[in-house]
Design a protein around this ligand. Structure first.
Ligand code: NOJ
Length: 452
């Protein structure tokens, strides 16, 4: 990847490029106990104060529920033409299934209508981690019936918003919520172990394809995608055991979900015997088809690469990370390595799958400790991160990768899951005591970049 940063211009990405910001319901909306919404796993997971740093809860968050008009004006003022939001399942169906909450349906109509009024193209994500708690009581993603429940939710959303929304994203980062939520237990619902992980993986790969088929059937001219988190996996040394450990992590983090979606089935490497673990021994061919959907676009969410070494003590993968801090390489305040060349290679790798037709960068961003001085947030490190990563997108695009858009994560500081409210990724600073919004210099940088 080459070419200098100084020449980065939004127009180089083409006339119809989608420039957006992304948010998620549980991280932004608040109004968690209001207007008929049922609790989600994140409301319950955060209740006892032990699971979230600083005892943060998503109950109020950025109060986007009440402030969406002003917040969308901000999106517009910063020069974006697209807006990615997610729908809270338990706002639409408080029990996850059963009765529809009309107030919930109306809320997203208002948000979508406002986007359309402001000429912001809405991209709607159907599942961004906030499973209705009532469904978790029945096993959540580990229960086979999740697919029935999820299909109903999607059907309700498609019927409600299909005439207004063209762009649909089925799932947000399946590896993140299955591994953190159902294997390591550090995210909601806090379940652990491979006996929870593998069923949740298999029901998720079914959900992403079946959900897409429902949208295809119910929404004429829909543009359908789903997102994946990708991290380049780099072996710590050229020792065989490190290379093999890196390959195991790569299978789980980068291939486990996209390959079934693209019609390739689960990765077949001996290491995990994945098809056996998913109990697919004899019926495999049928499942390969069931897990496959011809997606219009693939959403890439990229934050960092990982360096991996062999570690016999870690169950399943027998691998562990060599942290960016230890390696003394540039990193964000999340401890995530900053490496835009790795982003470029990741985009090229995903593009090398024959079945990938179009790519949208559906998330990319960084957390740095911001300081407000005289009302100004000079987040030069974040600006730098965006510039480098946009350069990577442009380099890949110029080499023929069909990239249609880029969504910055995220509009404003919000509820960063287990990290609570301290890890701020926004272009706009939020004072969570007063809900005051202050545009950071990175927000102004985007405004100037997009208007030039
Ligand atoms: C990916 C997730 O989709 C989003 O919800 C999260 O806030 C960002 N990564 C940053 O960690």
């Amino acid at each position: 990847m080459s070419s200098s940063l100084h020449h980065l211009k939004a127009t180089d990405f083409g006339k119809n490029f989608q420039w957006g910001v992304a948010i998620a319901a549980a991280q932004n909306e608040g109004a968690a106990n209001q207007y008929g919404r049922g609790p989600s796993i994140w409301d319950v997971f955060s209740r006892n104060g032990n699971n979230i740093k600083g005892k943060g809860k998503p109950t109020i968050a950025c109060d986007f529920y009440h402030r969406y008009k002003d917040d969308l004006l901000l999106v517009k003022a910063l020069g974006f033409n697209s807006f990615r939001l997610s729908i809270s399942w338990s706002r639409i169906l408080p029990d996850g299934t059963g009765k529809i909450n009309k107030e919930g349906i109306d809320f997203y109509h208002r948000v979508i209508d406002e986007c359309i009024k402001l000429e912001l193209t809405p991209y709607v994500t159907l599942y961004h981690w906030d499973l209705p708690y009532e469904l978790e009581k029945k096993g959540g993603w580990t229960n086979y019936f999740i697919n029935k429940w999820f299909n109903r939710f999607i059907t309700v959303c498609a019927e409600a918003y299909g005439s207004k929304v063209k762009n649909w994203i089925i799932l947000n980062e399946p590896f993140a919520y299955t591994s953190l939520g159902y294997m390591l237990g550090t995210h909601a619902p806090g379940k652990k172990g491979i006996d929870n992980f593998f069923p949740s993986v298999h029901h998720t790969t079914i959900a992403q394809a079946e959900g897409a088929r429902i949208i295809r059937q119910l929404v004429p001219y829909a543009y359908i995608g789903t997102t994946f988190s990708f991290s380049e996996i780099i072996p710590h040394s050229d020792k065989k055991e490190d290379i093999q450990a890196a390959n195991r992590v790569d299978i789980l983090m980068n291939r486990l979900f996209i390959e079934p979606a693209l019609g390739k089935g689960y990765p077949r490497e001996e290491t995990f015997r994945l098809t056996e673990r998913m109990h697919l021994h004899n019926k495999e061919w049928k499942y390969i088809e069931r897990l496959h959907f011809d997606f219009d676009f693939i959403g890439i969410q990229y934050y960092f690469p990982l360096v991996i070494k062999y570690n016999s003590l870690i169950p399943l993968v027998q691998a562990s990370e060599v942290k960016a801090k230890t390696r003394k390489v540039p990193h964000t305040d999340m401890g995530w390595e900053i490496n835009a060349d790795s982003f470029y290679r990741t985009i090229k790798r995903i593009w090398s799958y024959d079945a990938v037709k179009e790519i949208i960068i559906t998330e990319n961003g960084s957390y740095f400790k911001d300081e407000i001085r005289n009302g100004v947030i000079d987040d030069a490190a974040r600006i730098n991160y965006f510039q480098q990563h946009l350069q990577a997108v442009l380099a890949a695009k110029n080499e023929g990768v069909n990239i249609k858009g880029y969504f910055a994560w995220t509009l404003m500081d919000n509820f960063e899951w287990a990290e609570g409210y301290n890890a701020r990724f926004g272009l706009v600073h939020v004072d969570f005591n007063t809900q005051l919004r202050t545009i950071k210099n990175s927000g102004y940088w985007f405004r100037d970049f997009l208007s030039a």
